[in-house]
Ligand binder design. Structure first.
Ligand SMILES: *Cc1c(COP(=O)(O)O)cnc(C)c1O
Length: 221
């Protein structure tokens, strides 16, 4: 149902609105994060000019190289970190990002807590949950979520919700529903879930933040 006269950004926004409507949700309740990893500034600028303000990167160094110049040029940009974060990059991340989606282990709670205190900058965080209980995958084990939330609170990290990347090659809906359930059980109301292939499903199941890359920028090289 893609309409050829719409830009990719318009298409994605229309699909979010349609999915929200089906679920009796307001489209404004869903934040679209444009994931610009691997794409150079020249590819990002057209999206900014089209009105997109919220972007995501998965590597601290790449974001440091690309975003300070864009921020000088454009007002109101918001940058989210959606990739695994090493503890030794916590200070850089706290200075650079407006939101971190990959808080997933006690050592990172401690590093981020210290970094936020040092710079006096409380960066909202999502706790990433290993929702498919996959061996290789980042994210906190489901059983460890309450303890990680408690230690984050103790470290004065503002945890705003849960994030997941479901297993590849299998229907994502049950994993999105499970993340929503765990969030509700823990008194959290924001859900970072849904990527290019499944963001509409995620919106129907309560996503407040969808992370969309290739549907906006094309395939990554
Ligand atoms: C790359 C990435 C995305 C976007 O993926 P697309 O399939 O290109 O939309 C979303 N979330 C995370 C954590 C990513 O690393």
């Amino acid at each position: 149902m893609d309409q050829p006269d719409l830009t990719p950004l318009q298409t994605v926004r229309a699909k979010i609105a349609q999915a929200a409507k089906i679920a009796h949700r307001k489209p404004e309740a869903v934040e679209l994060i444009a994931i610009s990893k691997t794409h150079p500034a020249e590819r990002i600028v057209p999206l900014i000019e089209e009105g997109q303000r919220v972007f995501g990167e998965n590597k601290v160094q790449e974001a440091q190289a690309k975003w300070p110049a864009l921020r000088e040029r454009y007002e109101g940009l918001q940058l989210h970190l959606v990739g695994q974060l090493q503890s030794n990059k916590a200070e850089d991340a706290v200075q650079l990002f407006d939101c971190i989606h990959s808080l997933d282990r006690p050592s990172l709670v401690s590093a981020l807590g210290k970094a936020m205190a040092k710079f006096g900058r409380q960066v909202p965080c999502f706790v990433q949950v290993n929702i498919g209980e996959e061996e290789q995958k980042g994210g906190c084990a489901i059983a460890d979520v309450p303890a990680l939330l408690a230690s984050a609170r103790e470290a004065q990290i503002p945890v705003v919700g849960l994030m997941c990347v479901p297993p590849l090659g299998i229907e994502a809906a049950p994993f999105f529903a499970l993340l929503a359930k765990i969030a509700a059980e823990n008194g959290l109301d924001r859900l970072s879930m849904g990527m290019s292939d499944d963001f509409e499903t995620a919106v129907m199941l309560g996503a407040t933040h969808v992370r969309v890359g290739s549907a906006l920028f094309g395939a990554r090289g």
